[in-house]
Ligand binder design. Sequence first.
Ligand code: DX5
Ligand code: ZN
Length: 215
Amino acid sequence: MTKIAPSILSADFSILKEEIMDVEKGGADYIHVDVMDGQFVPNITIGPLIVKSIRPVTDLPLDVHLMIENPDRYVQQFADAGATIISVHQEACVHLHRTIQLINRAGVKSGVVLNPATPVETIKPILPEVDLVLLMTVNPGFGGQTFLDMVLPKIKKVAEWKKELGLSFEIEVDGGVNPETAPLCMEAGANVLVAGSAVFNKNDRAKAIQTILNP
Ligand code: DX5
Ligand code: ZN
């Protein structure tokens, strides 16, 4: 079963609680939280304080995507704030294995993220240690960008390795996911779809979610 993780980056922050409750009611599986530091990516968004305040609002897992330099410094804070999954960019981690261990030891699920131009070979050694692999289908930083289909072979490769190695991590895609691009991702082997604008820019979120999952 494919899961959907609406990204609150495209929500109305003045009514964030209602927005989260609306997508939960509409069939969301995870709430995707985009953390940006203005360094690793050009944009600045939210920190542990917001994660802490939305934790009691929903029963859904909080899927926290860290787009920040030197994420080791903040893993514990996001874990304490109530993150369910903490994902870090391979490109932001000098010692990726150490960072993944840090997340696992913090008692939360761990994820590793790759930018579109980063080869999947860079994460093969750590696959047995992660709960999720997130393949960016846009260059991170903003919602509403165009899906990059050059990432599809990367999804296929990771799905192949998962099978070969008998592992159970989830394969997530993020960026430009909509009813047209979702089937390509699912076919390639993704089982978690992040969608920001394709969910929050629609009035009927339940319908938007259903249309992405069953186009
Ligand atoms: C992009 C973020 C995404 C973003 C996706 O840097 O990581 O999660 O919210 O937005 P859409 O679905 O609009 O491309
Ligand atoms: Zn994201």
